[in-house]
Design a protein around this ligand. Structure first.
Ligand SMILES: Nc1ncnc2c1ncn2[C@@H]1O[C@H](COP(=O)(O)OP(=O)(O)OP(=O)(O)O)[C@@H](O)[C@H]1O
Length: 301
């Protein structure tokens, strides 16, 4: 993809001989919200830490804004904002004072502090001590910090984790606003499919250190909609259709009976019914797409 802001090629990483990432490739298009989805322990945080140069000795290539991360880390980090692991906030200071500390580090104007407070919706709470903030407010303040230097790319590791439903909605809206209104390309990780479906334009799914899917949200929704089916080879298709048509969603393709897969027990019942009615069943085959089992994990909360 020519307009990729982040390009990862064949990236592998091990913690003490334990493989955490196995040959992953990713492309994040400019202007997208890239939802990086996977169950706990899949390798999301490891990938994000590698993107920020926080881990070393990986195999493979990471290129950001067309430049190799290995050779140009400092220059690239100036164009990236991140919220990864616990945000480091001073609890005894107010929101505005926290921003002031970082403003001096980043050498940006006071006006920029007001701007980022407005973007994250904390203008009214700016003089409150951070210890009195809700978790959602702390997360939004951490994002304000990461926005001070006006980065083009934002990397957010599970920003909705631990938030109450109201906090989750606010975070979701903030991510969308940062993308649509402020033009940020955003890489956001989550272990929840429905969360990613509400914000992302592009999706990557990682499982056990391997990328299983990368594409648009529409591509993903098409895969989700494709059902697993049972294919049956039998001796008498006409008799089987008559028997099954009232009870099952059934069709014939190339002389085989095709029924929507429900469960193994359901498949056994179907087989028994055909046999009881004197129909010979030569072969039963269940075709499942490889993401289906994974969807169960990432939709279970
Ligand atoms: N510092 C570490 N030392 C050893 N193993 C690690 C370390 N950090 C992560 N791992 C292992 O690497 C694998 C990937 O972990 P990672 O934290 O990247 O997953 P994740 O998708 O971010 O999941 P989670 O949401 O649970 O953080 C896991 O098996 C994890 O146990």
């Amino acid at each position: 993809m020519s307009n990729a802001i982040v390009q990862i090629d064949q990236l592998s990483y091990s913690f003490h001989n334990q493989k955490a990432l196995d040959d992953i490739s990713m492309q994040i298009p400019a202007g997208s919200i890239y939802g990086f989805l996977g169950p706990n322990g899949a390798g999301k945080t490891t990938t994000l830490r590698l993107l920020l140069g926080l881990l070393k000795d990986q195999k493979g290539l990471i290129s950001i804004f067309g430049s190799n991360l290995m050779t140009n880390r400092t220059g690239l980090l100036k164009r990236i904002g991140s919220l990864i692991e616990q945000p480091s906030l001073y609890q005894h200071l107010t929101g505005a004072e926290n921003l002031e500390v970082f403003r001096l580090t980043y050498q940006v104007t006071r006006k920029r502090v007001d701007e980022v407070l407005k973007i994250v919706g904390l203008t009214d709470a700016r003089h409150k001590k951070v210890r009195a903030y809700s978790l959602g407010m702390k997360q939004r303040l951490a994002i304000a910090l990461s926005l001070l230097h006006d980065p083009e790319l934002l990397i957010l590791d599970e920003p909705t984790n631990g938030l109450d439903p109201g906090g989750i909605i606010e975070m979701r809206e903030l991510i969308i606003t940062l993308n649509r209104q402020y033009g940020k390309t955003i890489l956001v990780s989550s272990h929840l499919l429905h969360e990613i479906e509400k914000t992302a334009t592009q999706v990557g799914i990682i499982h056990k250190g391997r990328m299983l899917f990368e594409g648009t949200l529409t591509d993903l929704q098409q895969i989700k909609a494709s059902r697993s089916v049972i294919e049956m080879e039998i001796n008498d298709v006409t008799a089987a259709m008559e028997l099954l048509a009232n009870q099952f969603s059934v069709k014939t393709v190339e002389g085989k009976i095709i029924v929507d897969f429900v469960s193994s027990q359901h498949t056994a019942k179907l087989n028994a019914l055909l046999v009881q009615h004197g129909i010979e069943v030569y072969q039963i085959c269940v075709t499942r797409h490889n993401l289906e089992d994974l969807f169960v994990h990432i939709t279970s909360e």
